[in-house]
Design a protein around this ligand. Structure first.
Ligand SMILES: [Zn+2]
Length: 84
C-alpha cells in the first residue's frame, strides 16, 4: 500500500498517510483541522522500504569521481558505508 505525504498549507504540518490508490485524498489537517492539505509528490513509500533507494546508490557508486570526497565521508550514503 503506498504511503502519501501531505502538507497543510495553513500550519505547514506534514505527515505521511498510508492509503489505497483508490482512496480519496485527505483534506482535513489533523493538526489544525482546516481543509488545507495538499498531497506532496514523494517517494516516501520507497524510502521506507529501502529497495529503490539502495539500487540507486549502488548504480551511482560506480561512477563516482575518485578525486571527489567519497560519499561515505559526507554521511549521505549509509548503505555503502556499512559494506566497505
Ligand atoms: Zn494544519
Amino acid at each position: 500500500m503506498p504511503i502519501y505525504e501531505y502538507e497543510c498549507t495553513d500550519c505547514q504540518h506534514t505527515f505521511e498517510a498510508m492509503q489505497k490508490m483508490t482512496d480519496a485524498p485527505l483534506e482535513e489537517c489533523p493538526a489544525c483541522h482546516q481543509k488545507s492539505l495538499k498531497k506532496l509528490i514523494s517517494a516516501a513509500g520507497f524510502r521506507l522500504k529501502g529497495s529503490g533507494w539502495y539500487a540507486t546508490d549502488f548504480k551511482n557508486s560506480g561512477k563516482v569521481d575518485k578525486t571527489a570526497t567519497p560519499p561515505c565521508a559526507t554521511g549521505t550514503c549509509p548503505a555503502a558505508c556499512g559494506s566497505e
